[in-house]
Design a protein around this ligand. Structure first.
Ligand code: ZN
Ligand code: MN
Length: 148
């Protein structure tokens, strides 16, 4: 996997840790793009010594290693995604849910930006906003993103 190669050549080496392995497992086991607090809550029974700071630090290492992608939302807490393939996200403006958009990355946008800028473009990011199907159907209100 491409991201693995990247981490091997990055020069920075971290001693493998069981906690970090489990943090990655936990992220890989969900499609909800959780916050660090959610990951902490999911693992604190298994690791009574775990602190939220440790979770944050390990998520940063996993990001540096290319195993995890950070979804920065600006106003709320960062969310984490173990799916590092190129894909877009949809954010529900009502419940805060973040979901993957099952579509291929748009072809040509990076070339268009590169042409417009006259410089090299190495990637792009695109988020969609709206009201998710559950909210639109009037499903019971769930906890907001800020508390998830
Ligand atoms: Zn929603
Ligand atoms: Mn995703």
């Amino acid at each position: 996997m491409e991201t693995r190669k990247k981490s091997e050549s990055s020069g920075v080496r971290y001693k493998r840790s069981r906690q970090r392995d489990r943090i990655l497992d936990t992220l890989r086991g969900t499609k909800t793009h959780p916050t660090a607090t959610w990951v902490y809550d999911a693992l604190k029974k298994e690791f009574p010594d775990l602190s939220l700071g440790t979770v944050y630090r390990n998520l940063g290492i996993l990001r540096d290693q290319g195993f995890v992608r950070v979804l920065q939302s600006g106003s709320t807490f960062d969310r984490f995604d173990a799916d590092t393939s190129a894909h877009y996200h949809f954010i529900c403006e009502r419940c805060g849910q973040v979901s993957d958009v099952p579509m291929l990355p748009l072809p040509g946008v990076e070339r268009a930006a590169s042409d417009a800028l006259g410089c090299a473009v190495s990637g792009h990011r695109l988020d969609f906003f709206g009201v998710c199907a559950e909210c639109a159907a009037g499903a019971e209100q769930r906890p907001t993103a800020a508390r998830a």
